[in-house]
Design a protein around this ligand. Sequence first.
Ligand code: PLP
Length: 431
Amino acid sequence: HDKHDNLTSQCCNHGRDDISQSRLAAKDLVLDVLKKRASEIDVDNCAPGAEDPFYVADMGEIYRQHLRWKMNLGRVKPFYAVKCNPDPEILRLMSKLGNGFDCASKSEIDLALETGVDPSRIIYAQPCKTKSYLRYAAQVGVKQMTFDNADELYKIKAHFPDAELYLRILTDDSTSLCRLSMKFGASLDVARQLLELARDLKLKVVGVSFHVGSGAEDPKAFVKAVQDARWVFDQAAEVGHELHTLDVGGGFCESTFDKFSGVLSEALDSYFPLPIRIIAEPGRYYVSSAFTLAANVIARRDAPDPLDPSRDAYMLYLNDGVYGNFSNIIFDHQHPVARILTCASSSRASSPNTSSLDGICYSIWGPTCDGIDVISERITLPGLLDVGDWLYFEDMGAYSKCSATRFNGFSDNHEVIYISSEAGATALLDY
Ligand code: PLP
């Protein structure tokens, strides 16, 4: 605990400007490491797959996100959503930072436990659980878990009657990019009935949870969810439960965090003053910007620019696509942006029809035989790329590697080069 308290005071000494400054310097460092690694690979002579895509993971960026969290939402304890990126180094850092874990399956529970955390630092945040996983949670002492329906309560009664339950409520996620409420969450109409059933089954409800969806535009979604949670807390007290924790879920994004956290903090102070404990389940917020991916150009075809057929354009084929690390395009509605890492040709224009001033127009494709395997339908880049050149993509840490497949025989397990641009993370991880 002392270690974590020290960290918290260290966080508060770090200003917002310090964090932005460090982030800029970190980007240069990441680029240097990407270039160095790419320069070691001779695509004309290397062994099969030696030119596979690779990541540079800056653990310092995760550390900075943690400092930002502490500055903006100091009262809210993060339980990192393992599903987002279960990389063991990330989990190790989360554990050292004092965070908990949001797990959705037996394997995720195992990964979290392997970091050495106490089971009380894990929440099994999946409202519809597998029976055998429930028994496993009981066996390893992971007591906290969510539910949102009566059948789940009967299941919990049969397989883990000592569990500590959080009623997950429905939220308005209509402005979110990734919506979850069509699948999970009890409406307020049934909340009281569920609380009564839990009481009648002698189950212990300890809190309320929600998830406003990811990539939300409107921070008011958080305010409404907090107000609804307050109503459920009051109902629970009437029914005879003693609730002590509110779980505000995930969905925090790097770009909207300052705005959202301000609105959420105010709502929490109004509706849930101390001593109510507040936890959250951030995933992408922590890791998205920490991972940068490099992929190799394995083939190129010329093709007219679809918007201006008088201009030359190229189709580039990379050794990674939507069945691989770019699975975030399909599953997470992301639009990764290609940048040039290496470009062997010094020429900026390929032919008289290609304007060097405007850059060169490309579409970027993955390596599989499927037509949906497209990374970018049209992008203009300032260089004439050819087979063997490298592109890189920032913000590739969330819902990318973890949902990659081996379709068409391509690897789903690519090299990750870990670095740290922050002394704090370096010290914690003994790098
Ligand atoms: N908690 C739950 C229950 C989720 O389903 C998810 C994502 O699907 C998360 C947390 C993490 O969301 P995000 O990565 O958007 O923070």
